[in-house]
Design a protein around this ligand. Structure first.
Ligand code: ADP
Length: 398
């Protein structure tokens, strides 16, 4: 079996999967794992393979030591480079700026270009580069491919991509909407074209990626024309711990009147806001239990979440004019029956009718949840960013 190693490197962690690019989105990968607490006194590597979970604890000095340890653990359990036929490595790269619209075979020049984009993603791109350099050193003989989270949104027209900020200042500092989760929106939107049995070029659609991070996209004829995340992944929908859109004046107010530092405000809006900031939990399964127990904070958090989601759906329907399909994906979108029902409730006048029985079916694969007479089709399509990255990597490696 030809496998692709997919790496998602963070500042203190590396998520890895060995993926068969021909598998289904809902299949488990051949192997998967996580290197955690890199650079801290105690580190940990976990590996899942063939229904079993393995773990080692050891100090992990840097990404290089972390990946080496992951490979050792994989080899020990018969799923590492010693036994598995790894034909390519796919790297998730968060920020491709305005440079990259499509995945790239990694060369030294590409690494330098990703490095030049660090000011746009100071937390993410350095970790992505670490992961690329380490993996290229350990697996020098297979092609490495970078897949950019921003790539799919490269096509957005200026009216959607630019902010109404003094043009010179914005341009000098790379201030514009880039969008994120692009790999997921693109993967899901292509799947929708298959489900409708129409070419992507013939379809207008809205994709709703509702996970811990959340974003939505308006896609016309296969090209993204708008998305809710902005220059950073903080904008747009209410998320697990992120605020989504707020009045930017709030930041000045908290800085000037509440005496908070910029770093404290950054933490507040990224980690202590969203559904968690309002209710104390960010997992929708827990939120639902709290709502069932009549917890008022949980109910309010849910309503703010749904209100913001409906705002975006409405604005994208107008932006697109004609809409063929609206699709839910990611942890919340694939599993939370109520979120789907409430996001599209009372829109029969706009041609959107959800079938409650279809909506309640378990998340076993791509499915239609609208009624047969719904003018706009509503789908649930499980996303799998690692699989999408693996497919790009395999394709470019050939
Ligand atoms: P990310 O990749 O952004 O971390 P996921 O797409 O995996 O997130 O989504 C994770 C979230 O999905 C969880 O925090 C939880 O809110 C939600 N979730 C997962 N399973 C379910 C479920 N069965 N019902 C409702 N929500 C779920």
């Amino acid at each position: 079996m030809s496998l692709v190693l997919v790496l998602n490197s963070g500042s203190s962690s590396i998520k890895f999967q060995l993926v068969d690019p021909t598998q289904h989105a809902t299949d488990d990968p051949f192997a998967s794992g996580l290197v955690e607490q890199i650079g801290e006194p105690k580190g940990k590597v976990t590996l899942k393979h063939a229904g079993e979970k393995h773990e080692v604890e050891a100090p992990i000095a840097d990404h290089s030591a972390g990946l080496a340890l992951a490979f050792e653990l994989m080899n020990e359990h018969g799923c590492g480079p010693a036994d598995a036929d790894i034909v390519a490595v796919g790297h998730r790269v968060v920020h491709g700026g305005i440079l990259f619209s499509a995945p790239q075979v990694i060369t030294d020049e590409i690494v330098d270009m990703v490095r030049d984009l660090i000011p746009l993603a100071p937390l993410h791109n350095p970790a992505n580069i670490d992961g690329i350099e380490v993996a290229r050193a350990i697996l020098p003989d297979v092609p490495h491919v970078a897949v950019f989270d921003t790539g799919f949104f490269h096509s957005m027209p200026p009216a959607a991509a630019l902010y109404a900020i003094e043009a010179e200042t914005a341009a000098a500092n790379g201030v514009r909407r880039y969008g994120f989760h692009g790999t997921s929106h693109e993967y899901v939107s292509k799947k929708v074209a298959e489900l409708l049995d129409l070419p992507a070029e013939a379809i207008n659609q809205i994709t709703l990626h509702l996970g811990n991070g959340a974003s939505c996209a308006a896609i016309r004829g296969g090209q993204a024309i708008d998305t809710s995340m902005g220059m950073t992944p903080l904008a747009g929908l209410v998320m697990g711990t992120r605020s989504g859109d707020i009045d930017p004046g709030i930041i000045f107010h908290l800085y000037r009147s509440a005496g908070m530092s910029i770093d404290e405000i950054d933490q507040l809006l990224n980690k202590r806001s969203g559904v968690k900031g309002l209710s104390g939990v960010n997992d929708f399964r827990e939120l639902r239990k709290m709502i069932d127990n009549e917890d008022q904070d949980a109910w309010l958090a849910y309503n703010i979440y749904i209100h913001q989601l409906r705002r975006y759906i409405g604005s994208y329907m107008i932006a697109l004019g004609r809409v063929n399909a609206i699709t839910f994906t990611a942890g919340v979108g694939e599993n939370d029956v109520d979120v789907r029902a409430d996001a599209l409730a009372h829109l029969e006048g706009f041609g959107i009718k959800i079938d409650p029985e279809r909506n309640a079916l378990p998340n076993t694969g791509p499915r239609e949840i609208s009624t047969d007479d719904s003018a706009i089709k509503v789908f649930v399509v499980p996303t799998n960013e690692e699989l999408a990255i693996a497919r790009y990597a395999k394709e470019l490696a050939e």
